[in-house]
Ligand binder design. Sequence first.
Ligand code: SF4
Ligand code: SF4
Length: 351
Amino acid sequence: MTKTVAMEKMLKKADLAAWMAKLEQTRLFAPALEDEDVWNYMPVADAKAVGLDHPNTIRPPKGFVFPQREVLYKFSQIPSEAPILTETLPDPEPTVVFGVRPCDSRGLVRQDIVFTKEYEDPYYHGRRAKVIYVGQACNTPPSANCFCSSVGGSPCAEDGLDVLMTELDGVYHVKAVTARGAELLAKGGDLFKEASDADKASVLKTHAAAKAHPQRPIKDLGKVAGALKKNFDSPAWDEMAKACIGCGICTFLCPTCHCFDINDEVTCSSPCSGERVRTWDTCQFPDFTMHTSGHNPRHDLGSRLRQRVCHKFLYFVENHDTQQCTGCGRCVSLCPVGIDIVSVVERLGQP
Ligand code: SF4
Ligand code: SF4
């Protein structure tokens, strides 16, 4: 979306708050403990409290550009007069989101594909243009369900980010990867020092060590799409989906899932007025594909699990030449009944 640059600087960890203080007239968000063991992006109230040593957040950062509920336009109609429609295109305040993990920034790239190539969505782009993503490389061992490297990513990938920060010993290596990322660093002025050759060597070593941490493997990624197609009618879909309770957690918390529904919410009947609203929806809800006739082409759990997995590892690959899964592991860790997309791919996505 934006021009790529490469600018490498160093920032003392103790100066992170001072940098944030210089980002005036901008909403700042960073991961913070929302509840016991629950990390989420929260407005930065006290920059000194931001540590950037968080595990990944429960909610991915997709809501900054694709909110769970969004008014598309307002309507009103006085009987016998033409309806009045007022489009409500977003005009958000400039926002910087710190601490984005590379699996989630790669999720943003998938969202960009959907909301740009599949169709041009002015609501998405209105927000996307105002949100800057500052990533945080993962340099500690991954959680048990992380598999970014198995789907073409890495713990220090830059895709979708404006800035990538890597924690070294008492300092951050801060790399601007887009022009607006470079502008963000420029606002920090003297707080940033040029990265020396030794700093650059150190960050490369740290990234290499991060990439060497073992993750859950997916064998023969290039053959998964073909195998899923071959196994489309397998009875194993029903067997593996049997425990699903249709809660939608696996999709609502996925950084790449983007399905939505549109409804008219009438707030006043005389004169008739209200809002056209879009809200996240999920292929895991039984009525997602319900036709007006009552016929439902995905009437059972197996067909709904198959849709989720095939959308990510077959249809998106056919349409956009990349998986629509970035290996964040949320759907595996947070599914209340333990349905595990890696196990499904291992069973039905192998030649
Ligand atoms: S499908 Fe699961 S592991 Fe893959 S990106 Fe979505 S939530 Fe993460
Ligand atoms: S999180 Fe698990 S139980 Fe909930 S809809 Fe997804 S697969 Fe089904």
